[in-house]
Structure formats: C-alpha cells, structure tokens
Design a protein around this ligand. Structure first.
Ligand SMILES: Nc1nc2c(ncn2[C@@H]2O[C@H](COP(=O)(O)OP(=O)(O)OP(=O)(O)O)[C@@H](O)[C@H]2O)c(=O)[nH]1
Ligand SMILES: [Mg+2]
Length: 324
C-alpha cells in the first residue's frame, strides 16, 4: 500500500468515509511515523463525542450489551463508534471473532464504525493507543464511542481512565459484587448494569451491589450516585433505561465541570504515555544500549552503584523529538 496522504485521509474521515477512518486507526495501531501529522490534523475536530467505557468480568455480556446499545443509540439517530480493545493480545482479530458475529447487525450501517484493536505490542499499551483511536472516531463525527475491553486483566480498571462514563457490568452467579469490589471495579462505575436479569439471582445481585456501593460511599451533596440498571442484553431489555442513565450522567458531567476535569486528566495521561514511550525508545536505541552495557559492567565490577549508574544513563539521554 502506498503511504497515505494524511490531509486527504482526515478530510475523508470527517465526511464519514469508513475506509479512511480505518486507515487512520491503523496508523495508530502500527505506531506509524505519519501519526504525528495525523494527530495534528485531527485536533481541531475533536471534543464532541461522548466516550462510554464498558467493563466487567469475562462473559458478563459486554459485547452483547455493546451491540444492543448500538441499536438503541441508532434508534435515536446517533452516529456510533465501537472500539474493542484487547490489551492482552498483540494481534487484533482472533479472539474478537465472536464479537464480530455479535456486531454483524450493524456491519452494513454507514453510521456505525466498529473496530477492534490490539495494544500489547506497544510500549504504553492501552493508554497509548486508545486515546488516539478515540480522536479519530471523534473527528469522524461519532456522537458516542463505546469502548469495550476484551480479555482479562487490570485493564478493567484502566479503561475507566479513558472514558467520560464507565459502565460496570455484573451478572448473577458470575462473580459476586464482593469479587467485583476486590477487583477494584466498584470504584470506577458511573453506571452499573446487572445483566442476564433473566437468570435466577438478579435481584439478590442488585441488593448485594447496592449494599457494596453504600459501604464505600463517601459522598457529598451534589455528587453522582451511580444508578443500577437491570438488563437482558440478549433480548434488548433495559437498554432504554441504560441509555437514559448514560444521558443523565453526561448531563451531570457537564453541569459540574467534571467532564472538563476528566478530559484534562485523560490528556495528561496521554501526553505522559507518549513521552514515556519516547524516553523508553531512546534508552533502547543502539547508543543507549551500549551505554547501558557499559554501566552494567561497572556495576558488576562494583565500580559503580546502580543508582549512580541510573543517573548517568538518564543524564546521557539528550533531548530529541518524541516519536512516532
Ligand atoms: N441469558 C442471558 N445470556 C446473555 C445475556 N447477555 C449476554 N448473554 C450471553 O452471555 C454470553 C457472553 O456474552 P458476551 O457479550 O460475549 O460477554 P462478554 O462480556 O463480551 O465476554 P468477553 O468479551 O469474552 O469477556 C453469550 O453467550 C451471550 O449470548 C442476557 O442478558 N441473558
Ligand atoms: Mg466481549
């Protein structure tokens, strides 16, 4: 494939051309040298989309809920992006096959972009790739972008840092609320969905969850109280209530300026991820490598302590531009 013309790609993506959106996200995934130009070109067109993260234990129904949410949002004529990120795999595809099947309902809808993305191959992983893919979807005119993490890991909590609103899913019999609390995900939910409410035990899961949420409560007047929505995602039940809860949260974010605070934090994380990636790259380059080898020898020979060696290494990193 010839090197893409970035201004043309950006222009076409803004007009809603799915192929251009896909190619821009591929630049992110491949950490392309063109990414710097692309991010600069996209900058004026961002800041409109609401980013909703969906997280929860494997099999709880994240993909089914995502797909049902897409349908609900499309009924309201919203343009929707879906980003399925897999922080545990260096490849996209494979594990996401099941999700593709579930997303098939939307495959032909020109106002829905669905993209799966791997991030393990990158230094900085999720924190490096996802915000940039979000910038692409935002500039492409998505009203809402749904981010689902695939695979297991601490990323369940990590995804919360990337979203304006985080939905935590639970299901009866699928790891109770206490386990969810231990995993730290009861601290990150703005909205809770107890999915698979067609199964026994949904009401006790809700009670237990409500109890756990009050335990951790240190709320003040005007704080957001995370609502609990009951859903049967596989039948599309409870989805209107979920959309309503998302809209309410968005309203609260705007009224309280929390939206601005979250976006500020997100930008700070993104800059940090890019800067750290650049630093690690510098340390890993051949000259850095030689310096490191030399210092390691001195430490082994007890001529230098490891702290002094680290100081020398850091001091040896001259300022150059950040990649890609
Ligand atoms: N009974 C019932 N089954 C459901 C419901 N929602 C999803 N399922 C089923 O639960 C299984 C897992 O759903 P997924 O949407 O793939 O769950 P997930 O959280 O995306 O799973 P991973 O991506 O593997 O972590 C599938 O077989 C769904 O059909 C529901 O509301 N009720
Ligand atoms: Mg899934």
């Amino acid at each position: 494939m010839p090197a893409p013309d970035v201004p043309v790609l950006v222009e076409r993506a803004r007009e809603g051309d799915a192929r251009s959106v896909a190619r821009l996200i591929s630049l992110v995934e491949n950490a392309s040298p063109l990414l710097r130009e692309a991010m600069a070109a996209l900058l004026p067109y961002g800041g409109r989309a609401t980013v909703v993260g969906l997280t929860g234990a494997p099999g709880v129904g994240k993909s089914t809920t995502t797909s049902a949410l897409v349908s609900a949002l499309r009924r309201a004529d919203k343009r929707v992006g879906v980003l399925a990120v897999d922080p545990s795999s260096p490849f996209s595809g494979g594990a996401l096959l099941g999700d593709r099947v579930r997303m098939q309902d939307h495959a032909l809808d020109p106002k829905v972009y669905i993209r799966s993305m791997a991030s393990r191959g990158h230094l900085g992983g999720l924190s490096w790739t996802t915000p940039q893919a979000l910038r692409v979807l935002d500039a492409a005119g998505c009203d809402v972008v749904l981010v689902e993490t695939v695979g297991v890991g601490q990323s369940e909590v990590e995804v919360a840092g990337l979203a304006d609103t985080t939905v935590v899913l639970l299901a009866p019999g699928m790891g109770d609320a206490i386990q969810a609390a231990k995993a730290g995900i009861l601290e990150v939910g703005d909205v809770y969905a107890v999915n698979k409410a067609d199964r026994d035990g949904a009401d006790s899961t809700i009670r237990e969850l409500r109890h756990m949420l009050t335990l951790g409560e240190r709320r003040q007047e005007g704080d957001w109280r995370p609502p609990i929505v009951k859903t049967v995602a596989s039948r599309g039940e409870g989805l209107d209530e979920l959309v309503e809860a998302l809209e309410k949260h968005r309203g609260w974010l705007e009224e309280t300026n929390e939206l601005q605070r979250r976006r500020h934090r997100r930008a700070a994380d993104e800059i940090e991820a890019i800067a750290l990636t650049a630093l690690r790259r510098q340390m890993g380059d051949p000259r850095g490598g030689a310096a490191l080898d030399d210092l390691a020898e001195q430490v082994v020979a007890a001529r230098l302590d490891p702290y002094a060696a680290a100081d020398e290494l850091v001091a040896g990193l001259t300022a150059t531009t950040t990649g890609p």
